[in-house]
Design a protein around this ligand. Structure first.
Ligand code: HEM
Length: 151
């Protein structure tokens, strides 16, 4: 039962993570009004929290509910999956910093100023994150079936 709950929480947090990043992709524009910019800032904070939840539920499965720590540590597909997840986390720093820099403008009730280069970079990073995330369920399915095992 605990195993099923841990697995469900892993999936749910992944759904939330993906949904929030998709919202960021849809909402982010080179020209934003104050309300949308505030929304993006809030969404990005919850996105960070959901990534933390994905990590915690993943670790719980590795340590307590999966096939045992040894199994995963000896599986290169697992390492690839976790490395890509970390890469997504590192990439997400860039949009987060961009949104965070709007705080003073937003506190003053002003719409943020976004340069075309900033807008292009932010949207490309969000797309790259989405692309990497789309590959992860396949890696996860391979790893769960023993592909990538080394001794
Ligand atoms: C967005 C990131 C992630 C996605 C999309 C993802 C996706 C998945 C999916 C689809 C499964 C089910 C595989 C199956 O049973 O066929 C799974 C299982 C699992 N995931 Fe994740 N995962 C993510 C992040 C993580 C992280 C960061 C960790 C570890 C730190 C982790 C550890 C695990 C473990 C241990 C299992 C159980 C595999 C088994 O049944 O042997 N996951 N994941």
């Amino acid at each position: 039962m605990a195993d099923a709950i841990a697995a469900s929480l892993h999936y749910l947090s992944i759904f939330v993570l993906f949904a929030l990043l998709t919202c960021e992709h849809v909402l982010f524009k080179a020209e934003l009004d104050v309300a949308t910019a505030r929304k993006l800032l809030r969404i990005d904070m919850i996105y960070g929290a959901s990534a933390g939840l994905v990590l915690l539920t993943g670790l719980a499965r590795v340590i307590w509910f999966g096939k045992g720590l040894d199994y995963y540590l000896h599986n290169w597909v697992f390492h690839a999956k976790v490395s890509l997840f970390i890469l997504v986390g590192l990439l997400s720093i860039l949009p987060t910093l961009t949104f965070f820099n709007w705080r003073n403008d937003l506190l003053a009730g002003k719409a943020p100023t976004i340069t075309p280069a900033q807008a292009k970079r932010t949207i490309m990073v969000i797309r790259l994150e989405l692309l990497i995330l789309v590959c992860l369920p396949f890696l996860a399915s391979l790893m769960a079936r023993g592909v990538g095992f080394f001794s």
